[in-house]
Design a protein around this ligand. Structure first.
Ligand SMILES: Cc1cc2nc3c(=O)[nH]c(=O)nc-3n(C[C@H](O)[C@H](O)[C@H](O)COP(=O)(O)OP(=O)(O)OC[C@H]3O[C@@H](n4cnc5c(N)ncnc54)[C@H](O)[C@@H]3O)c2cc1C
Length: 453
């Protein structure tokens, strides 16, 4: 247990803008105590004591979440899981490994790479996040179009329940023995229990990787061309379609170039023969649908510099206001929804020095997601007024997204930021979530308020 103020303060923030703004004003909530369990059993014991005493418990992994999920809003126990850092049971036949919730993403990757494997979940927060946070916030990495999101990369998990029990899910992820408990806890953001470790599904490191950029006259031509190519069966590892603002603010800045317009970045990986075929045929398909083959340099440059956007001098800093409006939809709904959000932002927030960019970065056979990023370069000086505008942006953008038949958030989780919007998204299904929450956590101590629960 850590009780000194510095240790508690340091762990009472994630990357939620509002909490950082309040912390700067000396007004954020700080946990009463930090508990650092060293085993799954110690996690379970902590939860049982907390439930008995009615003390809130907020799990924390790397603290890189952008939604306020790891903020100890009600005070209580901050459960720092970073000591659950074992990597074990590498199965070189099944290609799985067991990793503790506190294993840092980068350490896992380096450990696997030394042995010829990879865990193909590469969020831009690879250097910050931990395995438990990957799972609890239901994240996605840049290679998701080929390898899937985190929920596709888990065989089984151990979870400590608020009752103090430790459960293990069915050991393989494909079965017909009832509902999948992995999927109940993935994305539950510590509101139903604590994931202590998980058996993750690996891949061999690819024999070959190839890069290509394709330019389009407009977003609609790009989305349609990529849809057709993906539905025909091509599976690039990454597809990132940038709108002109994202090309200007992201690609051009990190590469220090004058690239402009709508650009798709493509990455292919796997056995060399497959990569060469897929690269050639997919680019041919995109060109036939209105694209321009612009060679490998831009895409390779992006790959090599892809983390830069998230670090100084590119990342915004307080008092700037920023956030990611992340939405997903079927192919017919994605562009109208994106245009509606964009119109709202440009119409009502340009007065604050708005920059608004969008790139479509995770693709599915049925649709895609768009990562809309806003920065207000000239926010009001008064922190309460800036927070009011910030909260208003989420409330209004979520309303527009749902009205347009899209879904709020593909992979950043909910936390406090989107807690008020979940009921509208789930409809009558909300009652099911509330019933599960009440049954598993009758004392209401697990991460209160997150997910709106
Ligand atoms: C620079 C940057 C880039 C990012 N890029 C991406 C990206 O590309 N893709 C992406 O998906 N996300 C991205 N994110 C968001 C964030 O990194 C992810 O949500 C990540 O998965 C969070 O992991 P974490 O270990 O930091 O979790 P935390 O922030 O510590 O926690 C996240 C949530 O999970 C809960 N939690 C944590 N561990 C457990 C556990 N073991 N059991 C139960 N609940 C738990 C917490 O209470 C909280 O609600 C980015 C963030 C930053 C700052």
């Amino acid at each position: 247990m850590l009780t000194d103020e510095e240790a508690r303060r340091e762990r009472s923030l994630d990357t939620y803008w509002k909490a950082m703004a309040l912390a700067k004003a000396g007004r954020n909530t700080v946990a009463d105590v930090v508990v650092q369990p060293r085993s799954a059993e110690e996690v379970a014991t902590t939860l049982a004591i907390a439930a008995e005493e009615g003390v809130p418990v907020v799990p924390r992994a790397g603290g890189s979440g952008s939604q306020g999920g790891a903020i100890p809003e009600p005070g209580g126990i901050l459960l720092d899981l970073s000591a659950l850092d074992q990597i074990e049971d590498l199965d070189e036949q099944a290609l799985t490994v067991r990793a503790g919730a506190g294993v840092p993403g980068l350490r896992l990757e380096e450990w696997l790479n030394e042995r010829g494997y990879m865990f193909p979940h590469y969020p831009a927060s690879l250097h910050l996040a931990q395995v438990g946070g990957y799972l609890a916030a239901k994240g996605s990495g840049v290679l998701s179009t080929k390898y899937g999101k985190i929920e596709d990369l888990v065989a089984s998990m151990r979870v400590a329940l608020p009752s103090g029990e430790l459960i293990e899910t069915v050991p393989i992820p494909r079965h017909a023995v009832g509902p999948d408990l992995n999927q109940l806890f993935i994305g539950s953001e510590g509101t139903l229990g604590v994931i202590t470790d998980a058996t993750l599904i690996l891949r061999p490191q690819p024999e070959h990787r190839a890069f290509r950029a394709v330019g389009f006259d407009d977003l609609a031509t790009g989305v349609e061309a990529i849809r057709k190519a993906l539905q025909a069966g091509w599976r690039p590892a990454a597809v990132r379609l940038h709108d002109p603002e994202a090309t200007r603010m992201n690609l051009a800045r990190i590469l220090d170039s004058d690239v402009s317009g709508v650009k798709a970045i493509l990455v292919f990986d796997g056995p060399q023969a497959l990569v060469e075929l897929e690269e050639r045929e997919m680019v041919k398909a995109l060109v036939a649908a209105g694209g321009r083959d612009e060679g490998p340099e831009l895409a390779q440059g992006w790959w090599e510099n892809r983390f830069k956007m998230y670090y100084p001098p590119f990342k915004p800093e307080l008092p700037q206001v920023w956030g990611t409006i992340d939405l997903a939809a079927t192919f017919s709904r994605i562009l109208p929804a994106w245009e509606a959000v964009r119109e709202l932002m440009l119409r009502d927030y340009s007065q604050y020095g708005l920059v608004f960019t969008g790139h479509f970065s995770h693709w599915y056979p049925w649709g895609t997601m768009v990562y809309g990023r806003f920065v207000l370069n000239e926010p009001p000086d008064d922190v309460d007024e800036a927070i009011r505008i910030y909260d208003e942006i989420w409330a209004r953008s979520s309303e527009v997204i749902l009205r347009e038949g899209a879904v709020i958030n593909d992979h950043h989780g909910v936390g406090l930021k989107l807690a008020g919007d979940l009921q509208a998204q789930y409809g009558a299904g909300w009652g099911v979530l509330k019933t599960l929450k009440g049954a598993l956590d009758p004392a209401g101590v697990m991460n209160p308020g997150k997910l709106g629960l």
